[in-house]
Design a binder for this molecule. Structure first.
Ligand code: ATP
Ligand code: MG
Length: 436
């Protein structure tokens, strides 16, 4: 059988607002954080670009000056000690034979690395390159080179460098500083997000609470008049003075409708109580096998009416700790559905056993009409009925499975179903033992 399996997590309605509030707060702070990271990254890259392009411009201007000065010095063949190079700058001028003609030394910590870079030919001509990390002293230098020309003829080459460590370190510090600021911003965004989400949720939550309370009050208030109408209809149905078959039918119809309404009101009350957590579980140890047998016995007449074989495959002595009344109600809902939605001469099987780790599991399987995969997704929703007209005809309100799910949730368990249209449906329940 191609199985459609829906597993429902424990999901309390009351948690919806709390979880939505957190979800909104997290989404808002994640968005803010991402925006902050993008801004920091872009401003860091922008600053690096601005600073290094200025440095590069300065360097290429200076290297041209030095190349021109070197050309004059080479022509004169006299070299002064000092060319007056600028702050943190150094240069090395070579002739075409590769002999060092003139230089302004790099700081001793950098010199070996600088000479290595020059000898490896890594300094680009008329362009600037940044060298970092390979410097032992964790320094950053920027270098460029220019040919020395006399009358247009290349007579040598000048390598110019500048120690830009301070600038780069400053930028890195800026990066870290904004990293810390963005973490603080994340915290602020989370707190603000949580607060704003709370403000947004408050009216919705209040409306939801009011609606819950209204359902509870309305169903409670409807019970008394309904009992009165039922009692009156009962009286009328036993009144010998009503002879007209038409009136007798009217009274019978009233009784029928009032019965349906009473069931609806009763179901609404259960749902409203579950939503309001008005009812606490009456947890106790009981023999689940006996409860299941009992439900099967009680439902036997209903099954016989449709010539349905209601069978039990229940392991003996299954002990469960939970709310016996609610568990019986759960089994009843599932067996009632199985009988209701199975054609005449069909079969319904109730099975139960111990699962893993003293969990209990039971199932109600039928070979009835089955449920489509689309409907499976929504079947536990309130007032959801696959075939509304047919279900209403059978006296269904579409609340049975919603109540069943509430009961399973309250016991921290799972309910899932496997079904195939036209072949049948199996509802399975897994429940952990509760603590008394
Ligand atoms: P209520 O239980 O409130 O009297 P209901 O039986 O219509 O009314 P649910 O028990 O919640 O409501 O079931 C919802 C719908 O799921 C039903 O209307 C029916 O269409 C479908 N359904 C439930 N159980 C089965 C089943 N065993 N086989 C086929 N369809 C089912
Ligand atoms: Mg039902």
């Amino acid at each position: 059988m191609l199985a459609i399996n829906w597993k429902f997590n424990k999901c309390k309605l009351t948690n919806i607002f709390y979880r939505s509030r957190w979800r909104l707060a997290l989404a808002y702070s994640a968005l803010m954080f991402c925006m902050f990271l993008v801004i920091i990254f872009l401003s860091y890259r922008g600053l690096i670009w601005a600073v290094s392009s200025e440095q590069a411009r300065e360097l290429s201007g200076v290297v041209r000056d030095i190349a021109e000065a070197e050309a004059i010095l080479m022509q004169r063949n006299t070299y002064p000690d000092d060319l007056g190079y600028r702050e943190r700058m150094f240069f090395y001028a070579y002739n075409n034979a590769g002999e060092l003609q003139h230089f302004s030394k790099a700081p001793p910590r950098l010199e070996d690395d600088v000479l290595q870079i020059i000898h490896e030919g890594r300094v680009p001509l008329a362009e600037e390159a940044v060298f970092e990390r390979q410097m032992d002293s964790d320094r950053v230098i920027m270098m460029t080179a220019s040919y020395v020309r006399i009358d247009g003829e290349i007579v040598g080459i000048v390598y110019l460098g500048k120690d830009v460590t301070a600038l780069y370190k400053g930028l890195t510090k800026f990066y870290y500083f904004w990293g810390i600021v963005s973490l603080l911003a994340l915290i602020v965004a989370m707190v603000t997000g949580y607060y704003i989400a709370g403000c947004v949720m408050a009216p919705m939550q209040a409306a939801y609470e009011r609606q819950k309370q209204f359902t509870a009050d309305a169903s409670h208030e409807l019970r008394t008049p309904l009992s009165v109408v039922m009692a009156s209809a009962d009286l009328l149905s036993h009144d010998a003075s009503i002879q007209s078959p038409f009136l007798q039918q009217v009274v019978a119809d009233i009784k029928d409708e009032v019965k349906k309404m009473s069931k609806l009101v009763g179901d609404l009350m259960v749902i409203a109580r579950n939503d309001n957590h008005a009812e606490r579980l009456n947890v106790q140890e009981f023999d689940l096998s006996t409860s299941l047998e009992q439900v099967i016995r009680n439902m036997q007449p209903l099954a016989e009416k449709k010539h349905i074989a209601l069978l039990g495959n229940i392991a003996e002595g299954i002990v469960y700790t939970g709310d016996e009344h609610k568990i019986k109600q759960l089994i009843l809902i599932l067996v009632d559905n199985a009988i209701k939605y199975t054609q005449e001469y069909g079969s319904v099987t109730v099975a139960a056993k111990y699962g893993k780790g003293r969990k209990i599991s039971f199932s109600v399987a039928d070979n009835g009409m089955g449920i489509s995969s689309e409907d499976c997704k929504r079947i536990f929703g309130r007032f959801y009925r696959v075939d509304k007209a047919r279900s209403r005809e059978m006296g269904g309100n579409g609340l049975g499975l919603a109540i069943a799910k509430d009961i399973v949730d309250a016991h921290h368990g799972y309910i899932y179903l496997e079904s195939k249209l036209g072949e049948g449906t199996t509802f399975s329940v897994e429940l952990p033992q509760l603590k008394k």
